[in-house]
Design a protein around this ligand. Structure first.
Ligand code: PLP
Length: 440
């Protein structure tokens, strides 16, 4: 009997004892192909020798210092690697231990930015329905995912409102062009600014490619340029949550690079440290850094394990490996192979409504009927059944979390490591197809 409060009290999960590359071994000796890196975390697979060595070195040299008293070399170097070349005008970094902490810090930083600017009334945030930005109560309030929000309502903050997600498969109207759909979504955001009072809004929050709640859903062309314009017109910040889709997962280091815009604040986590250590962070626009430095002089926020030296050393090595081994090129080519394999194997399946994503971040949306796009509905738990069937076939995939509101079909996410071989990609496709066929 386990003494741990597991997510499901009905069945404790199996115990994992070791992992190497894309393979995890359970206590009973069974090996599983990790096709989702947990939840799009293990971007280098498991046990990468360079990262293991970097952690060993760091723990022997400097294990921990409080970030209120000291900086450390690993954190400084990591910041240099991430923002030293000032991508999109992002010049500063701030390190925490998870994606939720990163979102909490982003919300507070946005508010403090406006406080420093003499605009204390800018306290509101607009986010999108069917979104997920973390599990702490502030981040949960930013998200619009019913499944996660309802058990913990009322949420602490009433500063959040939500507009429609960019979810073309279901929400683009018949005959509506991509450009018209984008214009409609931007108009809805504009209307929400007007309803709230534009000078009360601190920021608009969105994931460039929506992960767990919509299943690797990229926005239509021009969407991010349009919402950037709305934010700029009203002097509000754009916070992009790249916790899941960032750090190379979509084929560029940042998913926003494919959108022709840049955020004011970006949250990162999973692929930052690749799961070797818990780490998340903010990448911050120069004007926000300047406002804090020239204003009160300190970001009034912090955690005991902020900028942890071992976590930063691990993340630094992960990022060096991605750069030095040109893994973004690998993500693009293996992503293409994964996509083509899924299209070939499942593209005509009567219960596969959509296959979508970017790079090594691909999902399949399952429907009861392809023509009407009718959902199976939450009661059938088709996504969980596919996960279980895939497990039986020896592979881990990630069931999306967004089906509870019945507004979209079940989806299953794939996020293999950037080092996955062609044979492993083909095996992932085959195992998922087997699972889909077994369940549907
Ligand atoms: N933001 C997004 C887009 C996520 O997908 C997640 C986690 O899945 C989070 C934030 C929260 O990250 P964490 O679970 O590390 O707190």
């Amino acid at each position: 009997m386990t003494r741990i409060l597991h997510r499901s009290s009905r069945s404790a999960p199996p115990v994992a004892v070791s992992a190497q590359g894309p393979w995890i071994t359970q206590a009973d000796g069974r090996r599983l192909l990790d096709a989702c890196g947990g939840a799009a975390v293990s971007c280098l697979g498991h046990g990468h020798p360079r990262v293991v060595e970097a952690i060993r070195r760091q723990v022997g040299q400097l294990d921990y210092v409080h970030s209120g008293s000291f900086s450390n070399e690993a954190a400084e170097e990591l910041a240099e690697v991430l923002v030293g070349h000032e991508p999109g005008g992002l010049t500063g970094a701030y390190f925490v231990s998870s994606g939720s902490e990163a979102m909490e810090a982003a919300l507070k930083l946005a508010r403090q930015f406006f406080l420093e600017h003499g605009q204390p009334q800018r306290q509101r945030f607009i986010a999108r329905r069917q979104s997920y930005h973390g599990n702490t109560l502030g981040a949960l309030a930013a998200g619009g995912n019913a499944l996660r929000r309802e058990p913990y309502a009322p949420l602490l903050a009433d500063a959040f409102s939500h507009v429609s997600p960019a979810y073309a498969y279901r929400n683009r109207r018949d005959g509506e062009s991509e450009a018209d759909y984008t214009t409609r979504l931007a108009a809805e955001l504009e209307a929400e600014f007007q309803r709230l009072g534009p000078d009360t809004v601190a920021a608009f929050i969105a994931e460039p490619v929506v992960g767990a709640t919509l299943g690797c859903a990229p926005a239509p062309a021009g969407y991010f340029r349009a919402v950037r314009e709305v934010c700029d017109r009203h002097g509000a910040l754009l916070i992009l949550d790249e916790v899941m889709c960032g750090m190379g997962r979509t084929g560029t280091l940042h998913a926003w690079e494919q959108e022709g815009i840049a955020p004011d604040i970006q949250t990162v986590a999973k692929g930052l440290g690749g799961g070797f250590q818990p780490i998340g962070g903010l990448l911050i626009a120069g004007r926000i850094l300047d406002a804090i430095r020239d204003g009160s002089g300190s970001f009034k926020h912090g955690h005991t394990y902020g900028a942890h030296p071992i976590a930063c050393a691990a993340a630094l090595e992960v990022q060096r490996v991605i750069q030095e081994e040109a893994l973004l090129v690998q993500v693009q080519s293996m992503g293409e192979r994964l996509r083509q394999g899924l299209e070939a194997r499942l593209g005509q399946h009567p219960h596969v409504g959509d296959i979508r994503g970017r790079g090594l971040f691909q999902a399949v949306e399952l429907v009861a009927d392809r023509d009407s796009k009718a959902c199976f509905g939450p009661a059938l738990q088709v996504n969980l059944r596919i996960r279980d069937a895939a497990l039986k076939a020896g592979m881990l995939c990630y069931p999306g979390t967004g089906t509870a509101d019945g507004l979209h079909g079940d989806h299953v996410l794939l996020a293999p490591p950037y080092i996955a071989s062609p044979a492993e990609i083909d095996l992932i496709v085959e195992s998922l197809a087997t699972a889909v066929e077994a369940v549907t």
